[in-house]
Write a protein that binds this ligand. Structure first.
Ligand code: DGL
Length: 259
């Protein structure tokens, strides 16, 4: 019988953003097989109804499980907020790891500072974010900055085009020179860290949830006896619901892009 530990980890997002998390996962767990699925045909999730995000996210998770995934990473803050709890309840024997805005490390680093949380409208609307902001925003100021349109624009690539920096200026420019830290609360945003720094000031510190998510997956696999053998090399597959050669080339580009 095949060993369950030899199975793959399914990783998904609404599109290219989750590739930023995938990179942290591969760095932390180089012996694992990862299958990444980006739902670019339905991106962005962050501006859809919660019911629709749930339907899309649970459809992808169920498909991964049908294909034999040993664990799942929801590499999307929006889908985690909407669907993680129900998916875990439905599949208690499968490690299902989500991602949340890294408010905690930012607040600990700047206990008297101003922390800007950039994320989608859905993420910032839901309970999970409000609990985080309330819990960690004790002495520092936690500012929610919804960024409609930004994930969809990143999906199109061309990250050095001036319109993208202009869009960021419109969304968060009011905090230029007045922010200590930025939480990248959407997995698309680490790909435009440089452009955000150009708007807010080079001194700003960035926090994202990728590494924390990778450590969490490593400990969940370890405690459930599902870590892959250390002598095997891991494999990474990238797939998209927008299954065109151009889109897959864009995914590969994001996978290799220096950050
Ligand atoms: N990358 C996703 C997140 O982390 C969502 C982007 C979107 O599709 O709106 O929230």
């Amino acid at each position: 019988m095949a060993d369950r530990a030899d199975g793959f980890v399914g990783v998904f997002d609404s599109g290219v953003g989750g590739i930023s998390v995938l990179r942290s996962l591969v760095a932390e767990l180089p012996h694992e097989d990862f299958r990444f699925f980006g739902d670019s045909a339905h991106a962005p999730y962050g501006e859809k109804s919660e019911d629709r995000v749930f339907e899309l996210a649970s459809g992808i998770a169920e498909r991964f499980l049908d294909e034999g995934a040993k664990a799942i990473v929801i590499a999307c803050n929006t889908a985690t907020s909407v669907a993680a709890a129900e998916l875990r309840a439905a599949h208690p024997d499968v490690p299902i790891v989500g991602i949340e805005p890294a408010v905690k490390p930012a607040a600990l680093a700047f206990p008297h500072g101003r922390v800007i949380v950039m994320a989608t409208e859905v993420t910032l609307r839901l309970e999970k974010y409000h609990e985080l902001a309330e819990h960690w925003g004790g002495t520092c100021e936690v500012v929610a900055a919804p960024c409609p349109g930004l994930a969809a624009r990143i999906e199109r690539g061309g990250l050095d085009e001036p319109d993208l920096t202009e869009m960021i200026r419109d969304l968060v420019g009011e905090w230029a020179g007045r922010a200590d830290a930025v939480v990248l609360g959407c997995t698309h945003y680490p790909f435009v860290r440089r452009q955000i720094a150009a708007v807010l000031g080079e001194g700003v510190r960035f926090f994202d949830g990728g590494e924390g998510t990778a450590r969490r997956l490593a400990s969940r696999l370890d405690e459930t006896g599902l870590l892959a053998a250390r002598e095997r090399p891991g494999r990474v597959e990238l797939a998209s619901s927008l299954n065109t050669p151009d889109e897959l080339a864009l995914y590969q580009h994001f996978y290799e892009l220096p950050l």
